[in-house]
Design a protein around this ligand. Structure first.
Ligand SMILES: Nc1nc2c(c(=O)[nH]1)N[C@H]1C(S)=C(S)[C@@H](COP(=O)(O)O)O[C@H]1N2
Ligand SMILES: [Mo]
Length: 529
């Protein structure tokens, strides 16, 4: 509602002056162009934090420029600016950007469309620089694209509000200019905050990534047992026994991967303990570290799903630290906490028995990737990740299930999460078209910390037939299997079930992942021609 007595709003200046509006002041026009360029680069740098330095168009264009610089100019730069040659490069680039974007601002006073086209063209050049750098993926295009769009929106928002020169429209001048300046200040602030934010976040990323690169892993006092020769299924196409780290599933609540500098990392064991224990990363590396093969599984994995992976982990058994802290009688849970606030509730007894529940620093002979918990995470054989596998872990609170709840517990998941025995058919794939005759069937089965002693396959509700088991690496890992099936023409359903080392057959009862893990037999339907 318009308050009574208030004059009707005056038409916007641009509408009032069209079509005979005088050409706006060139200085404001140039400023608009520069601010839109600054917004492009600031926003792109901020978004680039998510994708890594090589996705930052400023870095990419600078790099491309260095590569393209003729030797004489490089020598000149190095001899003239010495160690400041990089600074000189960026100052030079800044001048070029200033001139180009100011020019675009001037063009915009004649044709906004042409000016926006020029912004797109500059964005395309930057994009070409990014995508032709070594080791970049398609996703690395995103920061430049987002930045270019932000720059176009800024240019448009400013140019339509350009104030007329003082002499041309004395009456409108004040209000006109104030509106423009408000937007200009806004655009400048967005650009500055994004650029500074990008720098700060990028710097922490570099600290963690650099620390990871230079980390030398200690030699384990107890290396992982050599894998038996027959650990892989005889059936071609079954998931590799060791999951390559870059194919290992990733599940966490982190929007931005936590950047933890190992130089400042500590782990504190506190709560219901006789003695609090605190350990630094260097101290952890100096401990007696052991290696273990452990298959990690996510509670959200549906029957037949692939949120499960197997790796070699290097770390300190958590029971060693707990023994030093001496839990008090009555304690029954350890609440582990990550730097980003995630928590998991692990039964105390699982962390004090003789299994390889580790504070892990390495995965498949490499320091943990940042996304898998660098510098330190937990790995606990037999429990789903959400109640045990805390990444970026910094605190272990010895407590009780009665007193403390973990992140997922109030969100509809069980406070305890032992892994359910499961089996999966990898080959043939669902809906495969096969030829009649001998068909190789194969897959994986797991019952962590208990072990799998049998896998059976059933065709079309017939008899359960024993599959051949591959060698077992450890009861904490999955076990592969294979089965030769004499397939006749027609549609068929293959079903699989495992038996654990206690003699218990995997349940046929179907359950969804929530609240404590999916169950039921995996089946695939195929067509035999
Ligand atoms: N800090 C933190 N740790 C976490 C999680 C998380 O959200 N945050 N998710 C857990 C869950 S649900 C699983 S299944 C495993 C997955 O580990 P991965 O991403 O290394 O495969 O990490 C666990 N550790
Ligand atoms: Mo999970």
């Amino acid at each position: 509602m318009m308050p009574a007595g208030e004059p009707a709003p005056t038409p916007t200046p641009s509408a009032a002056h069209a079509p005979s509006r005088p050409r706006p002041d060139n200085r404001w026009a140039a400023l608009s162009g520069v601010l839109s360029g600054a917004t492009t680069l600031g926003v792109a740098s901020l978004v680039a934090v998510l994708f890594g330095p090589s996705s930052n168009p400023v870095v990419a264009v600078g790099g491309a420029f260095v590569d393209a610089t003729p030797a004489w100019l490089k020598d000149f730069a190095v001899s003239t600016f010495a160690a400041n040659d990089k600074v000189a490069l960026f100052v030079g680039m800044a001048i070029v950007v200033l001139v180009l974007t100011a020019g675009i601002g001037l063009v915009a006073t004649r044709s906004l469309r042409v000016a926006l086209g020029l912004v797109v063209a500059l964005g395309a050049v930057a994009l070409a620089a990014v995508l032709t750098r070594e080791g970049v993926g398609t996703a690395d295009a995103i920061p430049t694209l987002v930045g270019t769009v932000a720059g176009m929106l800024t240019l448009q928002a400013l140019v339509v509000r350009l104030p007329a020169p003082r002499s041309a429209a004395p009456a409108q001048d004040g209000g006109d200019r104030r509106a423009f300046l408000r937007y200009a200040v806004l655009a400048g602030s967005v650009a500055a905050i994004a650029a500074v934010g990008g720098q700060l976040l990028g710097a922490s990323r570099r600290v963690a990534e650099t620390a990871r690169q230079v980390l030398r892993l200690p030699v384990p006092v107890r290396p992982a047992p050599a894998l038996p020769a027959g650990v892989q299924s005889a059936t071609a196409g079954v998931t590799p026994f060791v999951t390559p780290t870059d194919e290992f599933y990733r599940i966490d609540t982190a929007l931005l991967i936590p950047q933890v500098d190992p130089a400042t990392w500590t782990l504190r064991v506190y709560g219901m303990v006789e003695d609090e224990v605190e350990i630094t990363f260097d101290e952890l590396l100096a401990e007696d570290l052991v290696e273990a093969w452990v298959t990690l599984a996510c509670v959200s994995n549906p029957v037949g799903g692939d949120l499960v992976g197997n790796a070699k982990w290097l770390g300190l058994p958590i029971r060693e630290l707990l023994a030093r802290a001496k839990p008090l009688p009555g304690a029954d849970m350890v609440l582990s906490r990550s730097v980003d606030g995630f928590t998991a509730s692990t039964p105390l007894e699982v962390l004090t028995d003789d299994r390889d529940a580790l504070l892990a620093v390495a995965m498949n002979d490499e320091p943990l990737p940042l996304s898998h918990g660098f510098p330190v995470r937990m790995v606990v054989p037999g429990l789903y990740g959400y109640v045990s596998a805390t990444k970026w872990v910094t605190e272990l609170k010895v407590t009780t299930f009665a007193d403390d709840v973990a992140y997922w517990t109030p969100r509809g998941w069980s406070e305890r999460g032992p892994i359910k025995t499961a089996s999966r058919i990898d080959v043939p794939r669902a809906d495969a078209n096969l030829t009649a005759g001998t068909v190789a069937v194969g897959g994986v089965a797991w019952a962590q910390h208990v072990g799998v002693v049998a896998v059976e396959v059933q065709v079309d509700h017939g008899e359960w037939e024993a599959a051949a088991l591959a060698d077992e690496a450890s009861t904490d890992t999955w076990r592969q299997w294979s089965y030769l099936w004499e397939a006749s023409s027609g549609p068929h359903t293959l079903r699989v079930r495992a038996t654990d080392a206690t003699g218990k057959i995997q349940t046929s009862t179907e359950a969804p992942p929530a609240p404590d893990g999916a169950s039921g037999w995996h089946e695939v339907t195929v067509d035999v021609g």
